[in-house]
Design a protein around this ligand. Structure first.
Ligand code: RB5
Length: 163
């Protein structure tokens, strides 16, 4: 009998998001996802862009893979992940924002605030994100514009030099 492949979620965090990442990994596994944890794995201080890059590379390089990132506020990880072409990372602090980030922005990475985090809230945000689908239509036009921005600025690497 052919084994059904489980959908993959790549998870990553810095030290400040570690506790939340462990908790949401256990939630994802219970739901039947295969979790790929790119670190960090200890409480030692690390730099969130390194883990945003690891998650971003996996998600951007494989159609069908999605990711979840956490740092202290979720802000640094979002900024870093969104530098990677093809990544649409959304920081969501409510279930509604998580749902709309899928429906309107087709986020392929969910970013969460790791400090402080509450289990109940984390579960609700995660469920909302996992349960929502991209709506397409006018939202497709808008995310296509984001993709064009990536292209435009990739072709002009000197754009920030005057700053
Ligand atoms: C680490 O102390 C903290 O700066 C980081 O987790 C994050 O909140 C950055 O945006």
């Amino acid at each position: 009998m052919k084994k059904k492949t489980r959908p993959v979620i790549v998870v990553g965090s810095d030290h400040a998001g570690l506790g939340l990442k462990k908790y949401l990994s256990s939630l994802l596994e219970k739901k039947g996802y295969r979790v790929e944890d790119v670190g960090t794995h200890s409480r030692a201080s690390v730099d969130y862009p390194d883990f945003a890059e690891k998650v971003g590379r996996e998600v951007a390089g494989h159609r069908g893979k999605r990711g979840v990132l956490a740092c202290g506020t979720g802000i640094g990880a979002s900024i870093a992940a969104n530098k990677i072409p093809g990544i649409r990372a959304g920081l969501a602090n409510t279930p509604r924002a998580a749902r709309l980030s899928r429906e309107h922005n087709n986020t392929n990475v969910l970013v969460l605030e790791g400090r402080p985090y509450r289990k109940e809230k984390t579960r609700a945000i995660l469920n909302s994100w996992l349960g929502a689908e991209f709506n397409g239509g006018r939202h497709r036009r808008r995310i296509n514009k984001i993709a064009r921005l990536e292209k435009k600025f990739r072709l002009n690497p000197d754009i920030h030099k005057h700053k």
